[in-house]
Design a protein around this ligand. Structure first.
Ligand code: HEC
Ligand code: HEC
Ligand code: HEC
Ligand code: HEC
Ligand code: HEC
Ligand code: HEC
Length: 507
């Protein structure tokens, strides 16, 4: 902070020299290029920002990413380039003229310095404001459903299956990140790893499940669902069709004993008993489909271990998992429907014409061929169905077209050849028809250690649900409050698990 002792002539004035040399140092190709990039991206930002503001409510993740991440990145790149060019040029000039490094000085009594300082202050404030806005917006964008699901095509299968189900209005981040800074940072670190594997094309197809670093359900699901809620019994209807020429309907009405409760105001029992009690298990496979060892710890601390006969070991502590919501509801948001279920659903909705003979079998067959791409699949499906009904098509061409469209929709919504993803890669653990599910433990093979032949409770057909009605027509209309025995429509099933035969494909 030194004042020049005398007033020098204008050309000798160090301030003017600074000004001219600042200008000339900026006059080089690198700085010029940087300046153009910075200016261009600044205007691009303004334009995109206005576009985002005026698209009120319907803002699109792509515009958001461009305006708050890409444009600012280029703005910084441009500014950095300009600075870089300036420094190189200044260094070169200095070593050419042999000028000593100037001392930086600010003199507040000098109006020029005051002006510069005010401009500097203003620019800094604007810069900080934009940075704040940018980081706020990029936080929102990277947490948005479009960002997670639509921008990166790796997650297309999860994004598509997420639509049209109970959680279609719940943001991905509510289940996958939850609240708090720790998991936000964790998810961004994981995201960076995913980005690298995406760029280097080394990601796995399909994305493996279960997700090992999924945030525990108590921090996600239980923020919306209160685990102690007593649900009692719910009635569900399952509409099936046989693979015969008549596509004979076969319907089941089940009263499912969900139960729950904390034991304080309501009993704690039924299916949700597992979350108000401590149940741990060891799975011997990656997908947690084979469970040879289960341990229940009662409120008083006594533990009971249930094992299958041929499992002789004791699992290592770190491979034991405590059961939570996701051990049963593992597909609450992303359900890859089995071809059998999806075709039955469309038959029930009337989208597939049930009057076409054996259409259930034909449609399921068409869906379960191996196709390399979606285009191949859609062509294959249309070809197969047309070939089968070519003789009858003349009678009702519209219904055949509608049926082909419905089966194609099933394919698009549940099969993703590019990611190698479909129902067969993502077993669902609620129920026991197509996958082991509840029968991973309740199959009647797990015995309490040291208690003889004592089995896991709820191992017979009426402990989890009662069948209120089954069949079709007059038989289905007879409701039996006390429940009826399951009348299996196919072969005898004694001694077998349902998923020994039912694999989502042909039955
Ligand atoms: C209701 C909660 C919930 C919501 C909402 C949700 N997910 Fe998931 N997601 C899960 C659960 C639970 C799993 C399976 C965890 C397991 O089996 O370990 C999962 C698994 C995944 C997987 C791993 C592959 C797989 O299918 O198992 C990806 C990828 C994924 N989700 C992406 C998304 C995207 C993208 C969105 C938003 C479009 C989203 N999720 C919304 C709960 C949710
Ligand atoms: C942001 C809140 C929210 C979160 C987080 C959430 N859910 Fe839900 N969930 C809901 C709402 C709301 C419904 C009711 C939707 C309806 O009936 O339309 C629901 C419905 C359900 C249903 C009934 C589905 C059906 O088909 O009837 C299940 C099961 C369920 N959630 C499990 C879970 C699991 C498991 C998780 C954690 C992985 C979870 N939810 C996370 C809000 C949430
Ligand atoms: C032992 C397996 C199991 C566990 C663990 C479990 N559920 Fe369920 N839950 C079921 C079954 C089975 C049903 C009824 C059938 C269905 O939804 O397909 C059900 C039904 C539900 C419903 C629908 C109730 C209704 O009124 O329609 C919700 C919501 C739900 N569960 C949430 C949860 C949450 C949240 C957790 C964790 C705190 C959880 N469940 C843990 C098996 C389980
Ligand atoms: C990891 C193993 C495991 C899985 C998977 C499992 N259970 Fe259980 N379940 C148990 C154990 C252990 C008990 C307690 C057995 C005992 O004390 O005799 C139990 C008890 C029950 C009970 C009786 C609760 C009461 O009122 O005392 C019901 C009902 C039940 N389970 C239903 C289900 C359903 C439905 C599913 C699938 C959605 C399921 N379970 C999945 C291990 C499991
Ligand atoms: C441990 C509990 C449990 C036991 C034991 C059990 N079930 Fe189930 N079952 C369920 C649950 C839970 C569902 C509902 C699945 C869903 O909502 O997707 C179900 C669904 C069904 C369905 C309808 C499936 C469909 O897609 O139409 C039938 C039929 C059925 N069970 C028959 C039986 C028979 C027969 C037995 C005895 C061999 C049996 N269950 C034993 C829990 C159980
Ligand atoms: C021995 C093999 C086998 C076993 C085990 C078996 N099923 Fe089936 N199931 C069949 C066959 C075959 C059909 C007739 C398929 C058709 O016509 O589409 C069938 C049809 C059905 C249907 C109606 C049609 C459909 O495609 O959904 C239901 C529901 C059903 N079975 C449920 C069960 C349940 C629940 C269990 C376990 C308790 C079970 N099945 C065990 C072979 C079996």
């Amino acid at each position: 902070m030194t004042n020049p002792p005398t007033t020098p002539s204008p050309e000798n004035n160090p301030a003017n020299q600074d000004k001219t040399s600042l200008r000339s140092d900026l006059r080089n190709w690198i700085s010029l290029g940087g300046g153009v990039i910075a200016l261009g991206s600044f205007f691009a930002f303004i334009l995109l920002f206005l576009l985002d503001v005026f698209s009120a409510g319907k803002s699109n993740a792509y515009i958001g990413i461009l305006s708050y991440i890409v444009a600012p990145a280029f703005l910084f790149l441009g500014l950095a380039l300009a600075l870089f060019g300036y420094r190189i040029h200044r260094k070169a000039r200095r070593s050419a003229t042999g000028a000593a490094a100037s001392r930086y000085s600010i003199n507040l009594s000098n109006p020029r310095d005051r002006r510069r300082l005010s401009w500097f202050g203003l620019a800094t404030t604007i810069f900080l404001l934009f940075t704040a806005l940018g980081s706020y917006q990029s936080y929102h964008i990277t947490e948005s459903v479009e960002f997670c699901g639509a921008v990166c095509h790796v997650m297309t299968p999860e994004f598509v299956t997420y639509q049209g189900n109970a959680h279609a209005r719940v943001a991905c981040a509510e289940c996958h990140v939850g609240s708090g800074a720790e998991w936000y940072v964790k998810s961004k670190l994981a995201g960076t790893r995913q980005l690298i594997s995406f760029i280097t094309n080394t990601y796995s197809r399909p994305i493996p499940t279960p997700v090992h670093n999924l945030r525990p359900a108590r921090d996600t699901c239980e923020q919306c669902h209160w685990p102690e809620k007593f649900t009692g019994s719910i009635v569900r209807t399952y509409n099936h069709y046989m693979s015969d020429d008549a596509n004979t309907p076969f319907t089941l009405k089940l009263m499912i004993n969900v139960g729950g409760g904390s034991g304080k105001h309501t009993p704690a029992d039924g299916i949700h008993w597992h979350i108000t009690n401590k149940v741990e298990y060891y799975a011997s496979d990656e997908k947690r489909q084979t469970i040879p060892w289960v341990r229940v710890t009662a409120a008083d601390g006594t533990a009971t271990v249930f094992k299958v006969d041929d499992y002789k070991d004791t699992p290592a502590a770190q491979s034991i998992r405590t059961m939570d919501c996701v051990d049963c509801h593992n597909r609450p948001a992303h359900r890859f429907k089995t071809p059998n279920d999806a075709v039955e659903e469309s038959l029930y909705a009337g989208r597939i014409d049930a009057k076409l003979p054996a259409i259930k079998q034909v449609a399921v067959d068409a869906l379960t061929q191996t196709y390399a791409t979606e285009a191949d699949a859609l062509a294959g499906i249309a070809g197969k169905i047309r070939a089968k009904y070519s003789g009858q098509a003349a009678q009702n061409p519209q219904s055949l077209d509608a049926t082909i469209a419905a089966v194609s929709d099933i394919y698009r919504a549940n099969f993703f050849p590019a990611m190698n993803a479909d129902w067969s890669k993502y077993p669902e653990n609620v129920g026991h028809k197509n996958f082991p599910g509840c029968f991973r433990c309740h199959d009647g093979n797990h015995k309490a250690v040291g208690q003889g032949e004592k089995l896991i409770a709820a191992s017979d057909c009426n402990s989890c649900h009662t069948i209120l009605a089954q069949g079709a027509g007059a038989e289905l209309a007879k409701l039996a409050p006390e429940g009826v025995k399951f009348k299996h429509p196919g072969d005898p099933i004694e001694g077998l698990l349902c998923n020994d035969c039912h694999n989502g494909k042909n039955q």
